[in-house]
Design a protein around this ligand. Structure first.
Ligand SMILES: [Zn+2]
Length: 503
């Protein structure tokens, strides 16, 4: 027995050294996708980006971008070539200061061949000069996510936007820090993420420089060009910057501004729920254009003005800023993990309703459990662990996603769920996570077998039974007027947020 075992170990050793030799000497191209099952060409393989320095001139005539991107990355294999995701046209590429050849293998895939092989572990600096008109470009059945034209325009979208305005490794798995310079005709504002480093004027051009020193997913970078009133300062101990379009409907603009100015205090409350705020600055942007949704662009969400058509709407501010923890600090590993973003941000609205004294999370859970009948297969038929390509923003991901966490809180108790959420963020901020990893953490912290719970709430395509296992016993049976109103507002927000899904 023992000699045979030794023989096997020796054989395994031989195989290992052969494998090592293969990896060390066979350089090859990086893959054209990062491995997301929904979107095979999104992201790329073979390198990891640490920093993007974007220098973008925006020309309102023709809604045109002229850009230069300087990308710092580390090779994760010996690379003969690698891809960047870019739908605009590249005109020159360098790698480590040397001219690199490039071609499009597909409208979305810029294949870069450096002058010499980049060794695994080496840092490389890539520059790409490029230009184009993002508004007219559709890809893979996806119409351009770009919003607006001329003097009011927005680079904003999820999952698609980065490839329409800068070259990148376009997937939340590869996050990086950013410096962004936006050059616009004098008098226009150009708002981005993070801290406003400087705003200077050079001839007929205003130059806006923004800095995001914490890792950011590619889709969370944004550029808002237009005529904005910018309010900035410090509130509740935090620097803020709020930009409201001057043309935004007067009533909506006033209500939006009043709510967005409460962002610092909402962030402070959310920090008490989820752990320290992950970024340096807070705020929000409201363009004049209706585009039907809001997006949790890092440190500074962008909202369609329609959220304030009926007056104050703090729930949507709570939602987008909860994403700063769930989505931005901790990103999805694959797009199918979207419940970790939308279910959690909607659950934050439940927690805020309880904090504000308008409804408990159990009242909201009970109200929605009653509202969605077992026969509503459009709602219960969505598998939250795998909602489907281009179905990430189904309303069920929001509403049923939030109900799942409310039911978990009813089953495990508020302190345990609070500990789970804070630990999730503390362990993974700056990186990403999967639904499976979240389920494992919840089981570990609670010391309970939650496999049945998550199976019934996230996987099964039927309404969960009213059992203790499912966290559905002991709920209030009569809903108060204010609980019904809060549930309606949260659902209305979810409907509008879900409308980003135009396809
Ligand atoms: Zn959301």
């Amino acid at each position: 027995m023992s000699s045979r075992r030794f023989a096997r170990v020796a054989a395994v050793g031989a195989t290992l050294s052969l494998t090592t030799a293969t990896v060390a000497y066979a350089a090859g191209p990086g893959s054209a996708g990062i491995g997301d099952p929904y979107y095979p060409t999104y992201g790329n393989g073979g390198y990891d980006v640490s920093h993007y320095a974007l220098d973008i001139t925006y020309v309102p005539a023709g809604t045109t971008i002229k850009g230069k991107a300087t990308i710092t990355a580390t090779a994760t294999q010996d690379l003969t070539s690698f891809n960047l995701d870019l739908l605009l046209s590249a005109s020159a590429v360098t790698v480590n200061g040397k001219t690199a050849s490039f071609r499009k293998s597909d409208p979305h895939e810029l294949v870069v061949t450096p002058a010499s092989v980049i060794r695994k572990g080496a840092t490389m600096t890539i520059t790409v000069a490029y230009s184009g008109q993002p508004r007219g470009i559709s890809y893979g059945g996806v119409p351009s996510p770009w919003i607006g034209s001329g003097t009011e325009a927005l680079a904003l979208g999820e999952p698609e936007i980065a490839a329409w305005w800068y070259p990148s490794n376009d997937h939340p798995r590869d996050k990086a820090t950013y410096d962004m310079t936006f050059r616009v005709p004098t008098g226009l504002e150009a708002i981005g993420n993070g801290t406003l480093v400087s705003k200077t004027t050079s001839g007929t051009t205003d130059v806006w420089k923004w800095s995001m020193p914490q890792p950011m997913a590619t889709y969370l970078a944004f550029m808002a060009i237009g005529q904005y009133s910018v309010a900035k300062g410090t509130s509740g101990g935090r620097p803020y910057l709020v930009a409201i379009a001057q043309k935004a409907g007067a009533g909506m603009a006033a209500a939006a501004k009043a709510d967005l100015m409460k962002t610092p205090s909402i962030i402070n409350w959310e920090a008490s729920q989820f752990g320290p705020y992950p970024f340096d600055t807070v705020g929000g942007v409201v363009p004049s254009m209706s585009f039907g949704y809001a997006l949790e662009t890092q440190s500074r969400p962008v909202y369609t003005p329609d959220f304030w058509a009926g007056g104050s709407n703090l729930f949507v501010v709570v939602h987008e800023n909860a994403h700063q923890w769930f989505g931005d600090a901790v990103s999805v590993h694959n797009w199918k993990d979207i419940w970790l973003n939308e279910g959690f941000a909607t659950f934050a609205e439940y927690l805020y309703a309880e904090h504000a004294g308008v409804a408990t999370t159990n009242e909201l859970l009970a109200q929605n459990y009653q509202q969605y009948a077992a026969t509503d297969t459009w709602f219960w038929g969505v598998r939250l662990t795998d909602p489907g390509k281009h179905n990430e923003f189904d309303g069920a991901v929001y509403d049923r996603g939030a109900m799942t966490l409310a039911a978990l809180r009813n089953r495990l108790g508020a302190p345990t769920v609070s500990k789970i959420l804070k630990t999730w963020v503390a362990n993974r901020k700056g990186g990403d996570g999967t639904v499976v990893q979240f389920e494992a953490l919840a089981a570990q912290i609670s010391g309970q077998d939650l496999s049945g719970f998550f199976q019934h709430w996230l996987v099964d395509r039927t309404k969960p039974a009213k059992t203790a296992e499912n966290g559905l016993t002991g709920l209030p049976t009569v809903a108060t007027r204010s609980a019904i109103a809060a549930a309606d507002q949260i659902t209305a927000n979810a409907r509008m947020l879900a409308s980003r899904q135009h396809r």
